[in-house]
Ligand binder design. Structure first.
Ligand SMILES: Cc1ncc(C[n+]2csc(CCOP(=O)(O)OP(=O)(O)O)c2C)c(N)n1
Ligand code: SF4
Length: 268
């Protein structure tokens, strides 16, 4: 199937601003799905609310555009009732880790077979540039005009500590890596977290004098490095990219099926 067959062309042009990183993530995701040869009918995309969450409108899968922060809760219900389906949950940083933070850690703890994609632009794009738990200290936001003093979460460390069995990070600059890690995440049986740094030139960029969208992507190029590289040893401030964790752990739906089987047999 060609990439364009996975798109709802009737909803284009999309609402993302020129230069927004979210469209690049959509492209990478669709290429991953095309390369895996998945049919539209076997994929469910669940999203909350945000510029990132609008992604569910543009793909011709089964889609649920739900409540801000609650995508993983809806997705857990879908996966538990139809575990044969591939469930993908793209979220903004606010959606995933502010209002949705509790759902995030518990979905990870259960190791339910869902692919969670954190489209991290370090700001609330849709609502006008408020800071998020991933903005970090020193960032200017609509709600922090004199700079933000809240420390940020490290998504990779948080996901690992909460129990996710696959954890990766890349950026909107690294387009091939986006498809590669999403493919591996979908194939992995368990809760997979893929963090993708994504530029919001309209709010994050403008408020923080980051330059154009191209400048912001060049920042990702210059300030990230493959995991364990020599460059990282020389410059610890570089952000690592790649697959941080991939391990086999009991998956939630499979474990639940075993409980059902035991209950049916009346065995404790
Ligand atoms: C319960 C609830 N609270 C707040 C909002 C308002 N709201 C909509 S999107 C959003 C944040 C969007 O930021 P993020 O999730 O980081 O996604 P982005 O728009 O940056 O892609 C907020 C606070 C809402 N829709 N529902
Ligand atoms: S406000 Fe930011 S996140 Fe939203 S579409 Fe525009 S550039 Fe993208």
């Amino acid at each position: 199937m060609a990439v364009k067959d996975y798109i709802r062309e009737r909803f284009f042009p999309h609402l993302w601003c020129p230069g927004c990183g979210h469209g690049i993530i959509l492209n990478g995701l669709l290429r991953a799905i095309e390369q895996l040869g998945l049919s539209k009918n076997e994929i469910v995309m669940v999203t909350g609310i945000g510029c990132s969450a609008r992604i569910a409108g543009y793909v011709d899968f089964h889609t649920l555009h739900t409540l801000h922060g609650r995508a993983l809760a809806f997705a857990t219900g879908v996966k538990l009732s139809r575990s044969e389906l591939c469930v993908i949950v793209p979220m903004g940083d606010g959606d995933a880790l502010a209002i949705g933070g509790n759902h995030f850690i518990h979905a990870a703890r259960r190791n339910i077979d869902i692919t969670a994609i954190v489209m991290n632009n370090r700001i609330y794009g849709m609502t006008g540039g408020q800071f998020s738990p991933l903005s970090g200290c020193g960032i200017i936001a609509t709600t922090a005009p004199y700079t933000n003093i809240d420390h940020d979460f490290d998504v990779v460390e948080l996901a690992k500590a909460a129990g996710a069995s696959f954890v990766a990070r890349t950026t909107s600059y690294h387009v091939h890596q986006i498809s590669d890690v999403i493919k591996t995440a979908i194939l992995h049986e368990g809760f997979s977290v893929v963090e993708i740094l994504s530029q919001c030139p309209t709010y994050f960029g403008r408020k923080n004098y980051s330059g154009s969208a191209v400048d912001m992507m060049n920042w990702y190029k210059k300030n990230t490095t493959p995991i364990g590289s020599k460059a990282k040893q020389e410059n610890p401030d570089l952000i690592e990219r790649g697959v941080f964790l991939q391990k086999d752990l009991p998956e939630y739906c499979s474990e639940y099926d075993k409980i059902i089987e035991r209950a049916m047999k009346g065995k404790k």
